[in-house]
Design a protein around this ligand. Structure first.
Ligand SMILES: NC(=O)C1=CN([C@@H]2O[C@H](COP(=O)(O)OP(=O)(O)OC[C@H]3O[C@@H](n4cnc5c(N)ncnc54)[C@H](O)[C@@H]3O)[C@@H](O)[C@H]2O)C=CC1
Ligand SMILES: CC(=O)C(=O)O
Ligand SMILES: [Mg+2]
Length: 613
């Protein structure tokens, strides 16, 4: 009886039972097979009435058709006029524009996401340029700082120290069977803002909103997670509104076995899900990546996808100066910050130089990069002593790890200041991954500009208040000659000669949505290094010659969906080339079309009620 009724409502298109429909709507194979006419242009639910209105994945607000209201028992529960999405968009945009501060906009958008995800994503996609800076950096940073104060409704899952021993049961509390992408943080290094404990939840939420809006992952297939292992942030611990565990962070073996329990639990329910590690402090970030990268589908965003976009910036920067991508070995690069992101970025650069074959060895590639940390240059302490002064780093710097040691400059004194290094090295590019405002000093940048016609100045730390310098400073100190890219958005800068100093956003938001798209479409069982290098190359090729001439390295944020499609397609190809793809391609299928067609677009589809008795 029910099936007959349902059949009347469905479009008469034949579907292959193995297609995405199964995954998208959670219809059991038995049902699908009994009704081959089901089409992905309908959504099946076992909810009814007010439960539909209050489910953000199903709700259409005022847009339910009269037929839907009838068959879903929601007649009278919404205002009488059936208003389509265009009217709703008008209303929410007006309301949004009335919000006075970025944080108020953030709260408004979060509430919209909690009411109606389809409308939320439509709004975000239509205004990506304007709204990426609200749901993502810089405003998401502020939202993390204030998360305990602006809390309205829970989103995602929290696993805390009081959940040890229960995680494999807890994962079944998540209401959705299908999870494609999980972004997980322990809140230990949130952007450049430090340890924010479970307030860090806003970061996985924001990242996953971009996974959906830019990468076309389905909203019901994403899961934001916080691992609450305590916090060392005393002001949060003292705050009566703080919602996380009220103890200092657990460390060492206790910490790693906690994460291990979570990984095991998640893999037991969603063995194919991609896990993105996000904003874990150093060295946990590396230790976790190294522990899990060869046994499951995971990557670390700060280490690996930041490396992809920064490499893309450098490769495009070469072209913007009339050189070729293959000339990367011609660069002299100072990297301020030798933590997770810094080391990840320089390793990606070295990998690329080696792959290009212009350097004879990895060691030769290391020689093109000068690494600094808060104690100055990673150099030779012996030379500092011989020069008669104690290296500023002496006794203060923790022992360098294996990767950091590769970048130590034996021919330069340890602990040299940035200005001293710039004077000696005459860099062509300077990268900031310190999380500290003002690290790029006027003297350092002016000196750099003395020796380099078009210096690449990349203050990549987030949010904008923690950038190593501002766009205005970079252009002023280089007489408008800088090629500028920052982690958080900066406005273009009008220059005295009437030209415009173009700013670029060099943020992993250009890389991770496409990576996730390619990985999930190919069902890759591993995330390989080539995926990141190919992501870089793909993005580096996207700016037009006229844009490059103006100093524009990437398509604007408004084009993130196109960037993700291009990256997703290339990553998918790499997955098949390297034999890590597990999804079967059908004869004659064109990969770019498969990827494109799999991308979620926020549209209302007819809702169908179905319960299996
Ligand atoms: N644009 C983007 O896509 C991304 C940007 N980032 C940003 O990078 C920053 C760092 O992130 P992580 O590497 O994960 O942090 P981290 O804590 O692992 O590393 C920070 C590094 O900066 C160094 N440092 C601190 N003060 C310094 C100073 N005055 N001079 C030179 N070095 C100094 C520290 O010694 C440490 O090596 C954060 O602000 C984050 O927002 C991170 C990932 C992606
Ligand atoms: C963008 C990013 O992942 C970060 O700043 O940590
Ligand atoms: Mg991050």
């Amino acid at each position: 009886m029910l099936l007959c009724r349902r059949q009347q409502l469905l479009k008469p298109q034949l579907l292959n039972p193995t297609n995405l429909f199964l995954r998208r709507y959670g219809v059991p194979p038995a049902v699908l097979n009994s009704d081959p006419r089901l089409d992905k242009t309908v959504q099946v639910t076992n909810s009814r009435g007010v439960n539909i209105i209050h489910d953000p994945l199903l709700s259409k607000g005022t847009a339910f058709s009269i037929a839907e209201r009838e068959r879903l028992s929601i007649r009278g529960l919404v205002p009488p006029r059936c208003q389509e999405m265009d009217k709703q968009l008008l209303r929410v945009k007006r309301n949004l524009d009335d919000c006075r501060t970025p944080l108020a906009k953030f709260v408004f958008l979060a509430a919209l996401q909690d009411r109606n995800e389809t409308l939320f994503y439509k709004l975000i996609i239509n205004h990506l340029d304007e709204l990426a800076g609200i749901i993502y950096t810089p405003t998401v940073g502020l939202a993390c700082l204030r998360s305990h104060a602006i809390y309205r409704r829970s989103r995602g899952m929290y696993f805390s120290t009081q959940d040890r021993g229960s995680m494999s049961a807890m994962v079944y509390n998540w209401p959705h069977e299908e999870v494609d992408v999980i972004v997980v943080t322990d809140g230990s290094r949130v952007l450049g803002l430090g340890d924010l404990g479970c307030n860090g939840m806003q970061i996985p939420i924001g990242k996953l909103s971009l996974y959906v809006a830019a990468g076309g992952i389905r909203p019901r297939a994403v899961l934001p997670v916080v691992l609450d292992v305590g916090t060392n942030n005393q002001s949060l611990l003292n705050d009566p509104l703080y919602m996380g565990m009220g103890h200092p962070r657990i460390e060492g073996e206790e910490y790693y076995s906690f994460v291990d329990e979570w990984v095991t639990a998640v893999k037991s329910r969603w063995p194919n899900a991609l896990i993105q590690f996000e904003d874990f402090k150093y060295p946990h970030a590396y230790n976790l990546l190294n522990k899990y990268r060869n046994s499951m589908t995971c990557f670390n965003d700060d280490i690996q996808s930041t490396s992809a976009i920064t490499l893309a910036g450098l490769l495009a920067g070469l072209k913007a100066r009339g050189m070729k991508q293959e000339d990367l070995d011609q660069e002299r690069i100072i990297c301020c910050g030798s933590g997770s992101a810094g080391v990840g970025v320089v390793e990606g650069i070295v990998d690329c130089m080696v792959a290009q074959g212009r350097v004879k060895s990895r060691e030769e590639a290391y020689s093109r990069v000068w690494m600094m940390d808060q104690h100055g240059l990673l150099g030779n302490p012996q030379l500092s002593a011989e020069a008669g002064h104690i290296a500023p780093s002496n006794g203060k710097r923790a022992a360098l790890d294996e990767l950091q040691r590769c970048y130590v400059k034996k021919d330069l004194p340890d602990g040299l200041t940035l200005e001293e290094v710039v004077e000696r090295v005459k860099p062509t590019a300077i990268l900031g991954l310190t999380g500290v405002r003002g690290v790029f000093t006027e003297k350092a940048i002016r000196t750099m500009a003395k020796y380099t016609e078009k210096p690449l100045v990349f203050p990549l730390s987030n949010p904008d208040t923690h950038a190593e310098c501002t766009a205005e400073e970079a252009f002023k100190w280089t007489d408008g000659r800088a090629i500028f890219a920052s982690g958080s958005p900066f406005e273009d800068v009008p220059l005295p000669n009437g030209r415009i100093g173009r700013t670029n956003q060099c943020n992993n938001s250009y890389s991770f949505p496409g990576l996730g798209l390619g990985i999930t479409v190919s069902r890759a069982n591993r995330v390989t290094s080539s995926m990141f290098m190919e992501t870089a190359r793909t993005i580096a090729d996207m700016a037009s010659p006229s844009q490059l001439k103006e100093g524009i390295l990437f398509p604007g944020v408004a084009n993130l969906r196109d960037v993700s499609l291009a990256v997703g397609t290339r990553v998918c190809e790499v997955a098949y080339e390297e034999g890590v793809a597990t999804a079967n391609l059908k004869e004659g299928e064109v990969l770019s079309e498969v990827v494109k067609n799999s991308m979620y677009t926020p549209e209302y589809v007819p809702l169908v009620h179905y319960t299996k008795y």
